[in-house]
Design a binder for this molecule. Structure first.
Ligand code: NDP
Length: 336
């Protein structure tokens, strides 16, 4: 079976040389295990952190060992109770064609609900990140003014749409191209800007100026980016504003210490809440989220976007491209 291994640790931006596509023998199927043929693989920004040899909330990838990550596939053979050939399952052994897994490490999904790739995105970890971050971490309430960065990405595009669907008074998104800005407006964001076009703080101010009369600032900031975006949000938040610190992708490939935010002291007088979170700690809300999102997806109130790359051999390039913004919505790799 083909699998991607970490050939070397990236310094700064990853390159294809950091990855190796290897042939590996398949492990023998043990009692209580299943053999899964992966149909689609997820590449996610957090994987970049696991490529560094540092202690974090997930252990680092090991050199010359296969990479791991979300995947959805079909059970080919089973020696586990409750799982049979043909079942569609989500699991954590992506970056490869076939995986042998303990039954407890796979989650069976109802493939009649949506295309399989959706279980890596809107109906999976990505969707729960958006919902939990917005509602449980940032304590979003109807009527709030919301700003989300990385807004055309997998998590961000759902955050903005969920906020609108739950009654936000004004939703602003930032993204890295004019095409992405147009997409955000099409998805129902009230305002959007390209952060390459000028200082984030100025563009955020201009987007707020179009908001309903009486709007003084933002109430919730969903941070996927960190740095200058976070600094602009801190300046623009209303008193008692809330920030969900979801990601800081502007720093993941940086070899220098961040220069922003420089205005954190404003959080004192404004009595802001800035709260980091990890989606794994919010698994208990998965059912609540699934029940909420299903009808919105069914009636088109919320749309999920995907950028699909085909072929296991393109996984590393797709990962690098995702970090660089080649994707709109969830980046997934489909396999034969
Ligand atoms: P995305 O689909 O948003 O893909 C990453 C995007 O980041 C790119 O498309 C690119 O879009 C943008 N980007 C890259 N570099 C920069 C930069 N320097 N400044 C601004 N934007 C940049 O990925 P996800 O939706 O999967 O993840 C979004 C964020 O959420 C990440 O920070 C990730 O780490 C975090 N996350 C956190 C989780 C948690 O549990 N806390 C769980 C899942 C994700 P553009 O063209 O707009 O630049």
């Amino acid at each position: 079976t083909k699998q991607f291994e970490l050939a070397s640790r990236p310094e700064g931006w990853p390159t294809l040389e950091n990855f190796r596509l290897a042939e590996a023998p398949l492990a023998e199927l043990g009692e209580g295990q299943v053999l899964v043929k992966n149909h689609a693989i997820s590449v996610d920004p957090y994987m970049r952190g696991r490529m560094n040899d540092v202690k974090s909330y997930v252990p680092p990838f090991q050199l010359d060992q296969p990479l791991e990550g979300g995947a959805v596939g079909e059970v080919i053979s089973s020696r586990a109770e409750g799982l049979i050939a043909g079942d569609i399952v989500v699991h954590g052994l992506g970056w490869r064609e076939y995986a042998v897994l303990d039954a407890g490490s796979v989650k069976k999904v109802d493939a009649s609900l949506a295309p399989e790739t959706a279980f890596l995105g809107a109906l999976g970890m990505t969707g729960l990140t958006a919902y939990a971050g917005l509602v449980k971490v940032a304590d979003f309430k109807a009527g709030d003014v919301v700003f989300v960065s990385g807004a055309a990405g997998a998590v961000g595009s759902l955050v903005g749409q969920i906020a609108k669907a739950m009654g936000a008074s004004w939703v602003i998104g930032s993204a890295g191209s004019a095409e992405k800005v147009a997409k955000l407006l099409e998805l129902g964001f009230d305002a959007a800007f390209n952060y390459h076009d000028g200082p984030v703080k100025d563009q955020l101010g201009a987007a707020l100026a179009e908001a309903p009369a009486g709007t003084t600032g933002i109430d919730v900031y969903f941070d996927n980016v960190g740095g200058e975006h976070l600094e602009a949000a801190i300046s623009t938040l209303n008193p008692f504003g809330r920030v969900a610190l979801c990601g800081a992708i502007s720093q993941y490939n940086s070899t220098e210490a961040p220069t922003a935010p420089r205005n954190l002291a404003l959080a004192i007088g404004k009595q802001l809440t800035l709260r980091g979170f990890i989606v794994g700690s919010y698994a208990q809300y998965a059912d609540e989220y699934a029940a909420l999102i299903a009808p919105w997806l069914a009636d088109g109130k919320i749309r999920y976007e995907e950028t699909v790359v085909h072929g296991i051999e393109n996984t590393a390039q797709a990962f690098i491209d995702m970090l660089g913004g080649a994707n709109t919505g969830k980046m997934v790799i489909t396999l034969d």
